[in-house]
Design a binder for this molecule. Structure first.
Ligand code: GLN
Length: 446
């Protein structure tokens, strides 16, 4: 813990991963950790962890990187926060993100632009950019992020770390500030696959506070790290190595696939024909859910309140001043898609497309154990390069979004460098098949 704070002192003025530090409490918790707790009876005793700032933490501000929640001091801990605490991890602080987790670069944060530790002129990815950057820069060993359309995997790919988006329902959403409730999942970001397996075990499981959390036993994921993937049936979707993917990314991923083959995996080309509709379907569904979820930020119950004597004026002004441009864009898009007369044309259509995408995956998983491809079409881009062009920014999540729509788990892990920047290898599994992903990822990593 002392080392974590020393490292933060040294590098965070450049990286800007943290929005708030929990220094006093963390140091005192670490120093009072007794030996029996540090003895292997808990999963994470004494391990420094950073928490994305859309997870509520009692007594520590939770801003979602938004002006509207700038002064929000939660009264309780999110279940994931409670769970890492129960395993004796030490919370180092809260990590920067895109405002309300909307974005792919951490540039929509109201407070700061986090930089990619590999090249400070580049973005760390998003929306869990602070989480991935903090792990990559060695500020913490463990971080939690959330992934609605790629926000754990894409920043993990850009920063050269390991990020897992668990199956929808694997991890409780209680205490995560909701963006798109049918897609949001929290998950671990770490340096190694083994660390990742430990952190997922710590946070997974049924929670009576979240009716969508699943009643499925939580395995000791680390047991899956045998190094043996002989006979593992690996599907490579041709769409994932097709148009719009950088040649240098494809080359790294092809080399990784060859390595899996040399370890005994059986490789097969498949198709996910509806994945080309994933980005438009996602932006209708996610924005629709966001427009409903963000209705609660009205200046009354949470955060910043505009000064005026008229109630309706107060709602309008608080929201106009409190939300940034990207959040407003989503609220408008979502409200439009849900309005009468447009609901069938957009929202219902998008839900139908979602079913087709899920069925594409189910079909492939009848004969294969995992799906492998790149996590992102490019490596980390320059700060400022895409921020004024929402469509290009949205296209970044081309390869991660289908997984959220299908509710499946997926991991991103480093697979070499292209022009000095990390490339992410994505492995997608069957629902509740995280063990198989860890086994394959660990065998590759060795
Ligand atoms: N980049 C996507 C978006 O902006 C995904 C975000 C996320 O997963 N939270 O919606």
């Amino acid at each position: 813990v002392d080392e974590a704070f020393a490292r933060i002192d040294e590098v965070d003025k450049d990286v800007k991963a943290f929005l708030a530090l929990n220094e006093e409490a963390a140091r005192s918790e670490a120093h009072t950790l007794d030996e029996s707790e540090a003895d292997g009876h808990t999963l994470l005793a004494g391990m420094p962890i950073g928490i994305k700032d859309n997870m509520v933490t009692r007594g520590l501000k939770t801003t979602c990187a938004s002006h509207i929640l700038e002064n929000y001091d939660p009264l309780y801990d999110a279940t994931v926060v409670e769970k890492v605490h129960a395993q004796k991890a030490i919370m180092i602080g809260k990590l920067n993100m895109d405002e309300f987790a909307m974005g792919s670069s951490t540039e929509t944060s109201f407070f700061a632009k986090t930089r990619n530790p590999w090249d400070l002129e580049r973005v760390p990815g998003g929306s869990s950019g602070g989480s991935a950057a903090a792990v990559a820069a060695g500020e913490v060993l463990f971080a939690l992020g959330t992934d609605t359309g790629g926000s754990i995997r894409q920043p993990s790919a850009f920063c050269g770390v390991v990020g897992m988006k668990p199956t929808y329902g694997r991890v409780s959403r209680y205490g995560l500030v909701a963006f798109a409730s049918s897609l949001d999942q929290a998950g671990p970001i770490t340096r190694t696959v083994e660390d990742n397996a430990f952190l997922l075990e710590a946070i997974a499981g049924l929670d009576r506070h979240d009716s969508t959390s699943a009643d499925v036993p939580v395995p000791h994921y680390a047991d899956a790290l045998t190094g043996d993937i002989k006979g593992l049936r690996v599907a490579v979707p041709k769409e994932y190595l097709g148009e719009g993917i950088d040649e240098s990314v494809k080359a790294s991923v092809r080399a990784a696939i060859q390595q899996l083959e040399s370890l005994g995996a059986v490789i097969d080309e498949v198709s996910l024909p509806h994945s080309k509709y994933a980005v438009p379907a996602y932006y209708i569904i996610a924005s629709s859910e966001a427009s409903a979820n963000l209705a609660r930020f009205d200046g009354v119950r949470y955060g910043v309140r505009a000064e005026t004597n008229d109630l309706i004026e107060m709602y309008k002004k608080s929201r106009s001043e409190g939300f940034g441009d990207e959040v407003k864009r989503r609220i408008m898009l979502g409200t439009f898609a849900l309005s009468s007369g447009y609901y069938d044309a957009y929202y219902k259509k998008a839900q139908q497309v979602r079913t087709l995408i899920r069925q594409d995956f189910e079909k492939v998983f009848q004969n294969h154990d995992i799906i492998v491809g790149p996590t992102t079409p490019t490596t980390a881009f320059k700060i400022g390069e895409n921020i004024d062009d929402p469509l290009t920014m949205y296209a970044n999540d081309l390869l991660t979004i289908p997984v959220n729509l299908a509710g499946a788990p997926a991991i991103s892990l480093p697979c070499g460098l292209a022009d000095g920047l990390p490339v992410g290898l994505q492995m997608i599994g069957r629902p509740f098949g995280e063990e198989t992903l860890y086994r394959a990822a660990h065998a590759y990593e060795q």
